[in-house]
Design a protein around this ligand. Sequence first.
Ligand SMILES: Cc1cc2nc3c(=O)[nH]c(=O)nc-3n(C[C@H](O)[C@H](O)[C@H](O)COP(=O)(O)O)c2cc1C
Length: 143
Amino acid sequence: MNKIAIIYWSQTGNTKLMAEQILAGAKTAGAEVDLFSVDEIASATALTYDVLALGCPAMGAEVLEEMEFQPFFDELLPHLAGKKIALFGSYGWGTGEWMQTWQQEVIDSNAILYNQEGLIVNESPDEQGTEQCQNLGAALASF
Ligand SMILES: Cc1cc2nc3c(=O)[nH]c(=O)nc-3n(C[C@H](O)[C@H](O)[C@H](O)COP(=O)(O)O)c2cc1C
């Protein structure tokens, strides 16, 4: 069974809610899983996990949050080849462009991206979004 780290940045709590539901789904599936906000874990520690579920909302103009999350991701990126990765995040008024850019970076790094795309939810996860997050967590247990 995979050892999973869920690592997120969230300003107003929407991506955090997603992370918590991914955690719940993974636990239900019996996975060994830890949840961190990005300031709670070093990139070297993150790389000891089998699966990294990375969460960040759309910020700036369709980019990752630049002060904490982007530097963390930049440290991971050269080491992602062959790693199992899932991406998730909340967005507001856009079309999910930030996630398309982000998922392409992960694919280009030769990581194994779950579902070939990230899970995006508009603002706070509704019932369907919550279920999608739980299903993602459960799927990562045996990804
Ligand atoms: C500074 C700032 C920049 C944002 N930029 C975008 C954006 O480019 N595209 C978008 O769809 N939403 C954007 N949003 C909206 C957030 O992605 C959205 O509110 C999201 O739910 C926030 O997630 P969080 O609660 O995890 O912080 C922005 C919000 C803020 C505060």
